[in-house]
Design a protein around this ligand. Structure first.
Ligand code: NAD
Ligand code: LMR
Length: 338
């Protein structure tokens, strides 16, 4: 892999300011579903990321316009659009990180699981191509229902003989982003300083924010913690209802997806102590997949961190979420192994 010295590369001011005396390796990022509601702003944010040298934008509709548009931005990465199934292999070849926001979003009244019938097939097809063209890439799964699409991906990779649990991530960063925002508002602390782990899965009660571990500490009542927990669990539905039939979270999700992909790139580049919450293969509970804090390094998941001390309320939430999460995981595995 070539290493570009930033003093000689035609990099942006952002790149030079952040990494003046270091060498930044070339990194290819592929976005699958790049012309969608999430895909477009996420592609923009990845174009702004100085760690990216090549940006492959793939979608089955409207790719040329999005790729042409993003490609005019004067930052480091070269942008190429790939517009059809026949071009998917080229989009994936050499990718270090593959981000998947392809699939249909919810409308009011739907659960994430209602998306399974359409999105399971989309994700399966894309993962078969990943197994073929970039089996070593870190896969960032955004498509819902994440509690099932991640197990689907694992089964597809197992069948292809390429599965490495260190390289498969369900993106739950939006739950963390929401928990931080809502906590900062309630606790009246600066949002930029807030940290809140969110564990479990990515749907309704399977989303378990651990406000007892939130920092900076605040003296919130049990009622306030319950309300914050519920708001975090229903954050996606809050946006779906506000958009009234025009889709689900796209802008906040693009932000969250860009944060998570950046963490993966930093991990690959050897930056120490990169920790994010993610839905990964896990032994933290008896369930085979679970979201918790994960240390990301040169090979992907370096360490799945434990849950830490839980309050009684959180322990109760943990037990309550297990049956739903277990059945969503099993549904995904069953679909992919058929
Ligand atoms: P969207 O409909 O606006 O965009 C989806 C895009 O995927 C479209 O451009 C479509 O052409 C494309 N697509 C469909 N099939 C494809 C295929 N086989 N290959 C490549 N591209 C394909 O939807 P959106 O609002 O961007 O949401 C996308 C997905 O992300 C949904 O499933 C949604 O539920 C999920 N989502 C997840 C989170 C999370 O926190 N993980 C947050 C928000 C949304
Ligand atoms: C979210 O949390 O915003 C996403 O999972 C989209 C949704 O359907 O809620």
């Amino acid at each position: 892999r070539s290493i570009k010295s930033l003093t000689t590369s035609p990099s942006s001011h952002v790149l030079r300011r952040g990494y003046a005396s270091e060498a930044v390796p070339d990194r290819k990022v592929a976005v699958l579903g790049a012309a969608g509601g999430i895909g477009q702003p996420l592609s923009l944010l990845m174009k702004l990321n100085p760690l990216v040298s090549n940006l492959a934008l793939y979608d089955i509709a409207n790719t040329p316009g999005v790729a042409a548009d993003v490609s005019h931005i004067n930052t480091r990465s070269e942008v190429v659009g790939y517009a059809s199934d026949a071009e998917l292999g080229k989009a994936l070849e050499g990718a270090d990180v593959v981000i998947i926001p392809a699939g249909v979003p919810r409308k009011p009244g739907m659960t994430r699981d209602d998306l399974f019938n359409i999105n399971a097939g989309i994700v399966k097809g894309l993962c078969e191509a990943i197994a073929k063209y970039c089996p070593k890439a870190l896969v960032n799964m955004i498509s819902n229902p994440v509690n099932s699409t991640v197990p689907i991906a694992s089964e597809v990779f197992k069948k292809a003989g390429t599965y490495d649990p260190k390289r498969l991530f369900g993106v739950t960063t939006l739950d963390v982003v929401r928990a931080k925002t809502f906590y900062a508002g309630k606790a009246k602390v600066p949002v930029a300083e807030v940290n809140v782990p969110v564990v479990g899965g990515h749907a309704g009660i399977t989303i378990l924010p651990l406000f007892s571990q939130a920092t900076p500490k605040a003296n919130l009542s049990n009622e306030e913690i319950t309300a914050l927990t519920k708001r975090t669990q229903d954050g996606g539905t809050e946006v779906v209802e506000a958009k009234a039939g025009k889709g689900s979270a796209t802008l906040s999700m693009a932000y969250a997806g860009a944060i998570f992909a950046d963490a993966c790139l930093k991990g690959l580049n050897g930056v120490p102590d990169v920790v994010e919450c993610s839905f990964v293969e896990s032994t933290v509970t008896e369930l085979p997949f679970f979201a918790s804090k994960v240390r990301i390094g040169k090979n992907g998941v370096e360490e799945v961190l434990g849950l830490g001390a839980l309050s009684d309320y959180e322990r109760e939430g943990l037990e309550k979420l297990k049956p739903e999460l277990k059945s969503s995981i099993e549904k995904g595995i069953k679909f992919a192994s058929q």
